[in-house]
Design a protein around this ligand. Structure first.
Ligand SMILES: Nc1nc2c(c(=O)[nH]1)N[C@H]1C(S)=C(S)[C@@H](COP(=O)(O)OP(=O)(O)OC[C@H]3O[C@@H](n4cnc5c(N)ncnc54)[C@H](O)[C@@H]3O)O[C@H]1N2
Ligand code: MOO
Length: 427
């Protein structure tokens, strides 16, 4: 059986000491299969879940030819091209209460939006342009056949897929399912993610802060991002920097989750047992990614009971709080979407904006500065959120976008164009 490391090391451009962001993401995504297992859920519970099988439309939508406007239902051939036409009002068609006669030559019916088009009618004239004089209805010239009408099945056709498998169900899809009269759909099971923070300096909420200690914030940002992705989160708390506790945590996590996310311990410090343990319990590609923040990151699999047993995918994120969020957005987020069965998986869009301040930039690596977007004279502009250290979590809280400085680019001058990724396009 080909090992994970063999697979990765055979890939083009694989350099474990300086992997480019896009390449690292590609390698991860190539390896991950979607989780198996489906369940049937009621339509409202399907929000943000991933559809497991195509939804086939049992009906045409709309189910009947109907009017798109309030107005007058006419036969187009009755209308004169150049002058007004006088027609006779013979009744009314309401939405949900059809006009059950036939419209003959020289006749018209008052019609409401959504009402079934009466027999013989192929055109609706909006009431705003029509004059009514007693029973006579005067239509101006310049109408078009089929105008203001909606044909049966023009939105969805009976027997055809209305929503393809792999689609993450948003409010629009939930509405489509309801419009078909379907009450339950089949969705993939949620991705199970176990997470824990490592580090003896970490202190939990409710405990006084000892000298040199910090409150554990990474578990909270990770919980927030995973919850927004609709994962089943298994929060294993803070695990001390000792091999026995870490091994027990990895074993437990690998037994119950599809993916394990840890933070801290992946750099080169003396207490960073975690790297050694990860390799002992599975197969790990330790990566130095050509990016800032987030340079040290471990990706692999934890399989404590051997490669034949299922185990879980591992994302060993760096400890610095901003590095956690940046590596999550750039790698873990698409990986979870892939595991969840989202298909097709699209890259996060980036768009250009004018940067209003100068920024330093290291050569050869992609930098993710935190930015605030605003408009000036109709143009989108961005400015960085002050201090950009990878421990400054405030820089993430104030930001609404990442300013993505690509590996090949140099420092940014005030007024230069940069690419930005909206954070609400992420999680
Ligand atoms: N000699 C080198 N030192 C460092 C390197 C390097 O390449 N050579 N890389 C730096 C980079 S970049 C990062 S990022 C960090 C990553 O180190 P670790 O993953 O080993 O993380 P720790 O050392 O455990 O922690 C770093 C920093 O983050 C704080 N932290 C950790 N966990 C949490 C948490 N759950 N909540 C809040 N804050 C947390 C921790 O206290 C440290 O301040 O290494 C650099 N060093
Ligand atoms: O991963 Mo680090 O954030 O570059 O300090």
């Amino acid at each position: 059986m080909t090992s994970l490391l063999q697979t990765l090391s055979c890939a083009d451009d694989y350099d474990p000491n300086s992997l480019h962001v896009d390449r690292a993401r590609e390698l991860i995504l190539d390896l991950l299969p979607p989780v198996t297992g489906h369940e049937r859920v009621f339509v409202r519970q399907a929000l943000d879940r991933v559809l497991a099988a195509d939804v086939i439309s049992p009906i045409d939508v709309p189910s009947h030819d109907n009017s798109a406007m309030d107005g007058w239902a006419v036969r187009f051939d009755d209308l004169a091209a150049e002058v007004e036409t006088r027609l006779r009002n013979i009744g009314t068609a309401f939405a949900g209460r059809a006009f059950d006669g036939k419209v003959g030559a020289g006749e018209t019916v008052r019609i409401m939006t959504g009402a079934i088009l009466p027999q013989g009618v192929d055109c609706v004239v909006v009431q705003e342009v029509v004059r009514v004089e007693g029973d006579a209805v005067i239509i101006p010239p310049g109408q078009r056949r089929e105008q203001n009408t909606r044909r049966a099945g023009e939105d969805l056709q009976a027997g055809r897929p209305a929503i393809p498998a792999g689609k993450k169900l948003r409010p629009a899809e939930i509405g489509i399912i309801a419009s078909l009269g379907i009450g339950e759909v089949s969705v993939r099971r949620r991705v199970r993610v176990a997470l824990f923070s490592t580090g003896d300096e970490l202190c939990s909420i409710g405990t006084p802060l000892a000298p040199g200690a910090v409150y554990d914030s990474n578990r909270y940002t990770l919980w927030g991002m995973l919850t927004r992705l609709n994962c089943e989160v298994i929060d294993m708390g803070v695990v001390k920097d000792d091999p026995a506790s870490l091994e027990a945590a990895f074993r437990e996590a690998a037994g119950c989750a599809d993916a394990i996310i840890t933070s801290g311990g992946v750099s080169v410090g003396e207490a960073d047992f975690i790297k050694q343990l990860m390799t002992q319990l599975g197969e790990v590609a330790f990566w130095k990614i050509a990016m800032k923040p987030g340079r040290p990151m471990a990706f692999g699999r934890i399989q404590p009971d051997g490669p034949e047993r299922p185990g879980a995918w591992l994302f060993g994120l760096p400890g610095n709080p901003v590095a956690v969020m940046v590596t999550f957005y750039q790698f873990v987020l698409p990986a979870i979407q892939k595991l969840a069965g989202v298909d097709p998986l699209k890259p996060v869009p980036a768009f250009p904006a004018r940067c209003t301040e100068e920024m330093k930039k290291g050569r050869g690596r992609t930098e993710f500065q935190r930015g605030i977007l605003f408009q000036e004279n109709g143009e989108w502009c961005v400015r960085p959120t002050g201090a950009q250290g990878s421990g400054v979590l405030r820089s993430m809280a104030e930001a609404d976008c990442f300013i993505v400085l690509e590996a090949g680019r140099d420092k940014v001058g005030a007024g230069d164009t940069v690419n930005v990724q909206l954070m609400n396009g992420l999680v």
